[in-house]
Design a protein around this ligand. Structure first.
Ligand code: NAD
Ligand code: MG
Length: 299
């Protein structure tokens, strides 16, 4: 279907799930996105291996849900599609550890354009490089799928070695439920969502919202949040994203052990709005009758 802006919106009828059900898929990481993708793929009949570090606290959780767990290098070597769902700042190191397991014709897939767009990962030739990014935190990707619904998603193709990279991305989007809601093709840049983020604050306050979004989104919010509420500030921040300044700062911050990130986070946690909000939210009845599904704890 095509909307008013002439954007093609892909739905279930546009995607063939057999492309991914014929593959073995390695999902690296079992956090917000990782657990949702792995469980939805598994329920869609895809052969999934979850890639986790030796000693990861998520292993037990994944195995209890019926998933196979191996180390990232072994999972990637056995897989035809390797999906990077570890935090953005960890991905370059994980890529180094798994790249030998990528053979020509395999697919390397992301849920965010950050590392490829800003040159932190330069994928080898011969593999397809794609993005399938649900426009939603992981627990909603899982919860909506369970209800027979889905969350909208973006797909992108960065490198098409096989000629079927886009078909594969659409197939994966279908297997995790995104084509039930609608999928749009984009590039390896970023888009923003507002309501889903506001819903998370409404459900669980600032801290639950920060915990559900990626570290990259959290750092951007903590350092630039106050600026984007007016148009001029928003344009300045968009400039910083597009010219790479934000990416450089975030990479440097991580190399230094995240000193400012931790400071911003603590201030947010200690803020009065967060403490009063906790008390207030405990009075709402939806806290009791709808059991919130938390993403598995980070390890
Ligand atoms: P997360 O922080 O929730 O989880 C990451 C998981 O990676 C951890 O739970 C852990 O299991 C694993 N991990 C951490 N370090 C590791 C290491 N060194 N080796 C192996 N495994 C390790 O991450 P997330 O927020 O789900 O983000 C994953 C990707 O999805 C990112 O690219 C992010 O930008 C993208 N994304 C996230 C959201 C979101 O709502 N959270 C939405 C769209 C896209
Ligand atoms: Mg492989």
């Amino acid at each position: 279907m095509t909307d008013e802006l002439n954007t093609t919106v892909y739905d279930d009828a546009d995607a063939d799930v057999s492309h991914v059900t014929d593959e073995t898929v390695a999902v690296l990481g079992y956090g917000s996105q990782g657990h949702a993708h792995a469980l939805n793929l598994h329920d869609s009949g895809v052969d999934v291996i979850v890639g986790l570090r030796e000693g990861s606290s998520s292993r037990e959780d994944a195995e209890a849900s019926g998933l196979t767990v191996k180390t990232p290098d072994v999972a990637a070597a056995e897989a035809d599609r390797v999906v990077m769902l570890v935090p953005d700042t960890v991905q370059p190191a994980v890529y180094e550890a798994i790249s030998d397991g990528l053979e020509p014709g395999d697919t390397l897939q992301f849920a965010h354009g950050f590392n490829v767009h800003y040159g932190q990962i330069e994928p080898q030739e011969g593999v397809d490089v794609t993005m399938v990014a649900p426009k939603s935190p992981g627990h909603l990707v899982r919860r909506t799928y369970d209800r027979g619904e889905g969350t909208p998603g973006l797909i992108a193709v960065y490198q098409d070695a096989t000629g079927t990279a886009k078909e594969g991305a659409l197939s994966y989007a279908k297997a995790i439920g995104c084509t039930r809601a609608g999928v749009i093709e984009t590039t390896f840049q970023c888009l923003n969502e507002l309501k889903l983020i506001v819903d998370l604050m409404y459900e669980g306050g600032h801290m639950e919202m920060w915990n559900s979004v990626s570290d990259t989104a959290e750092y951007g919010g903590l350092t630039r949040g106050a600026e984007v509420i007016n148009r001029e500030g928003m344009e300045d921040v968009l400039d910083e994203i597009q010219n790479g300044e934000f990416a450089r700062e975030w990479i440097t911050e991580n190399r230094a052990g995240r000193p400012s990130y931790e400071q911003y986070r603590q201030a947010e946690q200690d803020h009065e709005i967060e403490r009063v909000g906790d008390d207030l939210r405990s009075l709402f009845s939806w806290g009791e009758d709808e059991q919130r599904e938390e993403a598995p704890a980070d390890d």
